[in-house]
Design a protein around this ligand. Structure first.
Ligand SMILES: [Zn+2]
Length: 275
């Protein structure tokens, strides 16, 4: 799933192009993709976007007149593409915006399940939609992070991915960040103290910055991640093989040498217990 670095790289790439021309045609949209019906998509036609903004893993495209905001959430498999005039795109995208002059912004989603979403909202409705989201991960201060950690008693990997607490981190970057901070994914949030909070805060900033720089240069997952999905590969810090453990319906990757004092983490998936 695209997380903060991936979404921010896309935001930067789309910011100029989407504001270059007014919208000529909004839609069609797949019935499962378009989440709102009032105002209708056609309300966008003839208006110009100011550019691309981002909140957590969502992209926002406000209109120049300040009346409407197009919000896009790609979920796991959604992808946005900007097609220059005449450039070939997908035959039936999940959503399409055509600009005057012929360029297009298209949303595609691999697989049969349509989970990505498009909302057309008034600024008030957009604010309500985004209200529950926590502070942006890359802007967190040490004090803010300490407060969030103390407010919740759960495993660190799970907290980092909770968008209501911290916005923008998912499975992949939680793995990268916890490795950089030399903290176990299973550490309880309330046990993270003093110097560890500072280390975690720097790791969040450093890793998300590293990710954004790589993604802006077009780096793929294999080049970007050093821990995520690297089972058995040598840790780039200590050389020990990267390990994995199943947790909450997905897989955590970590270095036992750097993060858990050599201990191997036990599977904590609920489904495993129910089998
Ligand atoms: Zn290591």
């Amino acid at each position: 799933m695209p997380e903060l670095p991936e979404m921010e790289a896309w935001r930067r790439a789309l910011d100029g192009p989407v504001s270059a021309f007014p919208i000529e045609k909004a839609g069609p949209a797949h019935i499962a993709t378009l989440k709102t019906f009032d105002p209708p998509l056609a309300a966008l036609e003839g208006r110009r976007l100011t550019g691309a903004e981002r909140r957590a893993k969502r992209l926002l495209f406000p209109t120049e007149d300040g009346e409407l905001i197009l919000l896009v959430h790609l979920m796991t498999a959604g992808r946005l593409r900007y097609l220059k005039t005449g450039e070939k795109g997908p035959k039936i995208p999940a959503f399409r915006l055509r600009f005057e002059g012929g360029a297009e912004l298209v949303l595609t989603e691999a697989g049969s399940k349509k989970r990505a979403g498009v909302w057309l909202l008034t600024p008030e409705a957009a604010a309500a939609e985004l209200e529950h989201i926590g502070p942006e991960a890359n802007e967190l201060t040490v004090d803010q992070l300490a407060e969030i950690l103390a407010s919740d008693s759960r495993r660190l990997h799970s907290l980092l991915r909770d968008q209501r607490q911290i916005a923008g981190i998912g499975r992949a970057w939680a793995n990268e960040i916890l490795h950089a901070a030399k903290l176990s994914p299973y550490t309880l949030t309330r046990d993270v103290g003093g110097e560890e909070v500072e280390r975690l805060c720097s790791a969040i900033k450093d890793e998300l910055t590293r990710g954004l720089e790589l993604r802006e240069r077009g780096a793929n997952d294999k080049k970007t991640y050093r821990i995520h999905k690297k089972l058995g590969e040598p840790c780039h810090v200590c050389g020990a093989p990267i390990a994995q453990v199943d947790f909450e319906e997905h897989t955590i990757f970590y270095c036992p040498q750097c993060q858990t004092g050599g201990r191997v983490l036990k599977d904590r998936r609920l489904s495993r217990l129910l089998r």
